[in-house]
Design a protein around this ligand. Structure first.
Ligand code: SAM
Length: 347
């Protein structure tokens, strides 16, 4: 099912039929995967009680049972992000080391620090309250590094949540307006608190369904940190996660609709980062491939961050080869939370 331009449908708008067909195809393939790995998946779900059998099956298909278990035993790095609006990484490091923390630079970024040891919880320090740093996972930081919004003139963070990445974007660009959207009012309140704690002044936060963002005009830098299964945190028992394949399909539908809107609001040449804290093929490469088949107005870009290549083949599904340009971050290989980051350019 590899797609070339000649095979794409002439209509570049995603129709309801395209969407329904793609979701039905995915449903069938995932059911096959669940049946294929049923026995091994039940063994995993018995041993690691917070993991649902469908998740175990889907990740056994992605890795293998052995590698999936290796991932479940991994211990990702704990990282913080120096707020370079107020202090640089070295000065923050010296200040925190005087309080007994043991830190090292998180090299793929100019502001990340790995916390090797801390005498107190890192969210309870005076420097945190002062906004000199924020707590952020290592892979999460890489999504904004991939976007590199430093030269953008109009930026949007479509699913801003509490604004961890919005405030990181502001460190790259303190001048351009950043529009931050979310449909959860409590998250927006947390976002406003973070903007004030971190001294960020160029963000306009709006309570809005990002699928309606066409009302806001065009942007040249777009972050879509999409709502997802959260399976990038699957190694942590306390996190609640989708219970069924149907739950995954509901998320994939929303992700496709959100990315379709992201492409609509992108001006020619705009850069879009699509990221999820999930390692699943279906919430990442499959979402982008669905739109590549019906729209001719974007292409995948190379990204200079660590990570494994994107996946172009999963069970009986195949994607466009350019999806290999995505980056996949894994706890047992990269020492991060599980994450997938893809960069698109509107043509
Ligand atoms: C992965 S979280 C975002 C995390 C955030 N980017 C950060 O780094 O702090 C996804 C967010 O999408 C929001 N969301 C879900 N559906 C949405 C929609 N239709 N429009 C806008 N936001 C949505 C959720 O409320 C959630 O806060």
């Amino acid at each position: 099912m590899s797609v070339t331009n000649q095979h794409r449908e002439p209509d570049r708008i995603l129709s309801q039929k395209n969407l329904t067909d793609r979701l039905e195809l995915l449903r069938q393939v995932l059911q096959e995967v669940v049946i294929k790995h049923g026995k091994q998946a039940r063994e995993i779900a018995t041993k690691y009680r917070w993991i649902h059998p469908h998740q175990a099956s889907r990740y056994i298909e992605l890795f293998s049972k052995e590698e999936f278990e290796k991932m479940l035993r991994a211990k990702p790095l704990q990282t913080i992000r120096a707020n370079t609006i107020l202090i640089d990484r070295n000065r923050l490091k010296q200040r925190l080391e005087r309080k007994g923390l043991v830190l090292s630079d998180y090299k793929p970024t100019p502001y990340g620090l790995v916390v090797e040891q801390s005498p107190k919880p890192i969210g309870a320090l005076h420097e945190y309250m002062l906004g000199l740093y924020t707590i952020q996972g290592p892979a999460s930081m890489l999504a904004v590094i991939a976007l590199d919004p430093s030269k953008a003139s109009r930026i949007i963070d479509m699913c801003a949540g509490a604004g961890i990445k919005t405030t990181q974007i502001a460190q790259h660009n303190t001048k351009a307006p950043i529009v931050a959207l979310d449909i959860n009012k409590r998250k927006l309140l947390a976002l406003k608190n973070n903007l004030s704690r971190l001294h960020v002044r160029n963000v306009l936060a709006l309570y809005m369904d990002a699928r309606e963002a066409t009302r806001l005009g065009k942007f040249d830098s777009i972050l879509l940190d999409a709502p997802c299964s959260g399976e990038g945190l699957i190694i942590y028992p306390q996190k609640s996660r989708p219970r069924t394949v149907a739950d995954i399909l509901t998320r994939v539908k929303l992700q496709i609709e959100l990315l379709d809107t992201a492409l609509d609001i992108a001006q020619k040449g705009a850069e879009i980062v699509y990221a999820t804290c999930s390692m699943s093929f279906e919430e990442n490469e499959y979402v982008i491939d669905t739109l590549l088949r019906v729209r001719r107005d974007f292409e995948l870009e190379d990204i200079g961050i660590p990570g494994n290549k994107g996946i172009t083949s999963y069970a009986s599904l195949r994607t466009d080869p350019s999806l290999s340009k995505c980056k996949r971050l894994y706890p047992h290989i990269h020492g991060t939370e599980g994450f997938t980051i893809c960069k698109l350019r509107k043509t």
